[in-house]
Design a binder for this molecule. Structure first.
Ligand SMILES: [Zn+2]
Ligand SMILES: [Zn+2]
Length: 376
């Protein structure tokens, strides 16, 4: 769990003051309580939950797609769903079992269900949805994919933050708003990138993916990752010369001419590395240190995230992936050999294969980084 820098906390507080949903912390107080929900009849009960899911408990807007299916679920399982809902007010309420049993109520997903819990008691129950997972990842916490395990973890982590910053987060509703701030609000995302090292998946186009930007409509143009330096011929030349004029990718080591021959001669992308310390500020470009030749595939992968991945990070990903492919290969080879000879666990022991010299060391991926300029 990361400590939260003062810039991020201050940013959140000033945003939350104007956040339209900040005055909705208690907006279901009159209805989400044991007295009300156990007193209303079937029709009213169904309508209440239909409404609750349609408006996403006033927190999220995603319920419209699900609302009709969900109403059917409640209609067809009314008695059981009512008992299930009223359990949340019991003294011996078991949260883990409750989450496991969610699967019995089609279209009442973990998001809506935990918003409901948060409305039951905002001091006791957190909200778990995609935004929570993404937000927690930014503060350095990865949570389980199974909902019940993930939920206990969310409670634990968010409780820690509430204890740690009691002046900022008074309950689980507010820390949920903070998760939204980190992943869904431009200002919050910017601070998360700058102070928490966050990355966001990017759908932006690379400058190279557009041959003539003038042909594009104004709206589309805005989605281009505008980076004038990557297209500036003088800066490009300086950078390519600096790397020995070899047109080799400095991430994966590939040379396009090896694959495409003459056709690729003199072709390479140039990527603009923006030093972390300079992000968000004006700075002067240094074509030797800030630009680097990369192949189009690696270039696209660098730009998959906002801000761009670092060269080192992408090299690391490629190295890890090679290892994964290698392990899968070895496993399938072992499984294959077992099928040939169920009694022998070692494929090399099989008489049919004994004569074949294993050539595994040849395909072992290089664990050393691909050669690259010592500057990087
Ligand atoms: Zn490459
Ligand atoms: Zn780039």
């Amino acid at each position: 769990m990361k400590e939260l820098p003062k810039e991020v906390l201050e940013g959140f507080v000033s945003w939350y003051c104007d956040y339209p949903l900040s005055n909705k912390e208690d907006c279901y107080k009159d209805k989400i309580n044991k007295e009300y929900l156990s007193s209303i009849g079937k029709e009213k009960f169904i309508e209440f939950f239909y409404e609750f899911v349609s408006v996403g408990g006033e927190i999220q807007s995603g319920g419209h797609r699900l609302k009709n299916g969900f109403r059917e679920t409640v209609k067809n399982n009314f008695a059981s769903f009512r008992t299930y809902i009223l359990k949340t007010f019991d003294d011996n309420f078991n949260i883990e079992d409750w989450i496991v049993n969610l699967k019995n109520y089609h279209r009442f997903g973990i998001g809506a269900a935990t918003i409901f819990l948060n409305r039951v008691d905002k001091n006791k129950y957190a909200i778990l949805n995609k935004k929570t997972r993404d937000g927690l990842r930014i503060v350095g916490c990865k949570i389980s994919s199974s909902d019940e395990k993930a939920y206990l973890k969310v409670l634990e982590i968010q409780y820690w933050y509430i204890q740690r910053y009691p002046e900022i987060f008074k309950n689980y509703y507010q820390i949920d708003a903070f998760m939204h701030y980190l992943v869904g609000v431009e200002e919050g995302k910017r601070l998360a990138i700058r102070f928490l090292g966050a990355h966001f998946q990017s759908n932006k186009l690379l400058p190279e993916e557009i041959s003539n930007p003038d042909d594009y409509l104004e709206g589309a143009k805005k989605t281009i990752t505008v980076n004038a330096y990557e297209r500036d011929p003088k800066a490009r030349k300086k950078c390519i010369d600096h790397y020995g004029n070899k047109y080799e990718c400095q991430v994966c080591g590939d040379s396009l001419t090896k694959k495409y021959g003459k056709l690729a001669k003199g072709f390479i992308h140039v990527h603009h590395i923006i030093p972390i310390s300079e992000r968000g500020q004006e700075y002067k470009i240094d074509p030797l240190n800030d630009l680097i030749p990369v192949c189009p595939n690696c270039h696209a992968m660098l730009h998959r995230m906002t801000p761009c991945l670092s060269i080192e990070k992408l090299r690391e990903i490629i190295k890890k992936q090679k290892l994964v492919v290698y392990i899968i290969f070895i496993r399938s080879l072992t499984a294959f050999s077992k099928r040939l000879s169920p009694s022998s666990s070692n494929f090399l022991g099989h008489p049919k294969l004994r004569r074949i010299k294993p050539s595994l060391p040849k395909i072992r991926p290089s664990l050393n980084p691909t050669p690259y300029c010592s500057k990087y």
